[in-house]
Design a protein around this ligand. Structure first.
Ligand SMILES: Cc1cc2nc3c(=O)[nH]c(=O)nc-3n(C[C@H](O)[C@H](O)[C@H](O)COP(=O)(O)OP(=O)(O)OC[C@H]3O[C@@H](n4cnc5c(N)ncnc54)[C@H](O)[C@@H]3O)c2cc1C
Length: 407
């Protein structure tokens, strides 16, 4: 029994896992401890949360049942975008224009904060700025993209509409209009998370692993976490940053765990497209690509609604072939054969927005369900919202992401 669900999070070896990295110091939990904040989960969400909480002077313990950076984070393709999977026009229809614009702006703020924090902490994670090309598809056609461009501009986001001939001329992609967005970021997600964990450790935080949080007893004054290691952890606040292994008892009607696949090609710096922008589609499911180490191409998609790992693994050969075929069709000048591939569990939410905040009926406990293609941007958003909440202050955007929201 554990406080969170167990899941096979990924399969295969991502391109980041083939790169050597210095191990982070882990401590054995051999006695009861008391801290200000317990962060459950040492992936990118727990890492940024630990960084921000330790920076405001809290004593932080981070625990992980597998050890640091062994969950979903190393499988991420790490296109760090503020542009949500759900276009602004469609999100406006679902939750109203004012709320949709606030969600989008908050996403941009989180991405900017991520970039600034990486610079401030001098994190070496291959962070590079990119534009993004968003191609018409079955979710938005050319007219839909024009309307989306206007909606984004009206909300303050610099966005250019590209006609099919402009897309063809620049990228060689035929018969599809596009939107061009600015100011996104790519990274090595493992090093990124390690950088944030390192910053928290330098301020006295500790990583205890392997430690599984089995249950929490929450009261108005403190939370007591029992662990499979034996000792307990007493904390003023507990943050569940447990990725797709959701905490039990947290409402998640809006959220589902699905499956996704990724391929990486051989390095081909001379065949890449201008500006090395991200390329993704206004389709469901969508194909997406970015450049990777040494000029390789990382291409993902082919998402399926099932979350069972055996089915995911059985589907991998067909999914790899489909990604190769689609990449080759989109960009005929590149070598689309995969030299590596991996797959993983992947969160989706009906609105493409995350749930972040206090867990209803568990005082002083908070959870981060940072779903979808913007997962890492939402990790920063979560860390900022939770820093404010745990610090006893009010964030005017908190209700947009709360577990109690009604949409
Ligand atoms: C293939 C793929 C591609 C993706 N591409 C992108 C992308 O391009 N851009 C983007 O922004 N996002 C992307 N994502 C999403 C993003 O990677 C995730 O949102 C992010 O990595 C989740 O990080 P996390 O820290 O929340 O979870 P994790 O990295 O899974 O960390 C959670 C940790 O919690 C631990 N844990 C769970 N329960 C317990 C417990 N009871 N006790 C102790 N420890 C526990 C687990 O062991 C795990 O290590 C992608 C995801 C996948 C799988």
């Amino acid at each position: 029994m554990s406080a969170t669900h167990h899941r096979n999070l990924r399969d295969g070896r991502s391109v980041w896992q083939t790169r050597p990295m210095r191990a982070l110091p882990e401590t054995v939990l051999h006695r009861d401890i008391t801290v200000d904040a317990l962060v459950v989960g040492a992936g990118i969400s727990g890492a940024i949360t630990a960084d921000l909480l330790s920076e405001i002077g809290l004593a932080v313990a981070i625990v992980d049942r597998r050890g640091p950076l062994k969950g979903s984070t190393p499988a991420s393709t790490a296109l760090l975008q503020y542009e949500l999977d759900t276009p602004l026009t469609l999100l406006s229809k679902r939750i109203g224009q004012t709320r949709a614009e606030r969600v989008w702006r908050r996403s941009k703020l989180a991405l900017d904060a991520l970039r600034e924090r990486v610079q401030h902490l001098n994190i070496d994670a291959d962070c590079t700025g990119h534009g993004s090309l968003y191609l018409e598809g079955d979710v938005l056609n050319e007219g839909g993209l024009r309307a989306e461009a206007e909606a984004r501009r009206n909300a303050g986001f610099e966005t250019s509409f590209l006609t099919p001939s402009a897309v063809k001329e620049t990228y060689g992609i035929g018969r599809r209009a596009g939107l061009f967005g600015y100011g996104n970021l790519s990274a090595d997600p493992r090093r990124l998370a390690a950088g944030f964990l390192g910053a928290a450790l330098a301020r006295g935080a500790r990583i205890y692993a392997p430690v599984d949080v089995l249950a929490v007893e929450a009261s108005r004054s403190f939370v007591l976490a029992s662990t499979d290691a034996g000792p307990t952890i007493r904390a003023s606040s507990v943050v569940f940053a447990t990725g797709y292994e959701l905490p039990k008892g947290v409402p998640r009607s809006d959220h589902k765990v699905a499956s996704t696949w990724v391929i990486v090609t051989k390095p081909q710096p001379r065949r890449l497209w201008p500006g090395h922008s991200f390329i993704w589609e206004a389709s469901s499911p969508y194909l997406y690509l970015r450049t990777g180490p040494k000029g390789s191409i990382i291409c993902g998609g082919e998402d399926e609604e099932f979350s069972d790992a055996e089915t995911r693994i059985a589907a991998t050969p067909a999914k790899v072939s489909a990604l190769e075929r689609k990449l080759g069709h989109l960009l005929p000048q590149v070598k689309a054969s995969a030299i590596g591939h991996w797959s993983g569990a992947f969160g989706i939410s009906r609105t493409g927005t995350p749930s972040i905040g206090p867990v209803p009926s568990l005082p002083n406990c908070y959870a981060v369900l940072g779903y979808g293609g913007n997962g890492i941007t939402f990790s920063m958003m979560a860390a900022q919202l939770l820093r404010t909440a745990i610090g006893g202050k009010h964030d005017p955007d908190a209700a947009l992401f709360s577990f109690r929201r009604s949409w």
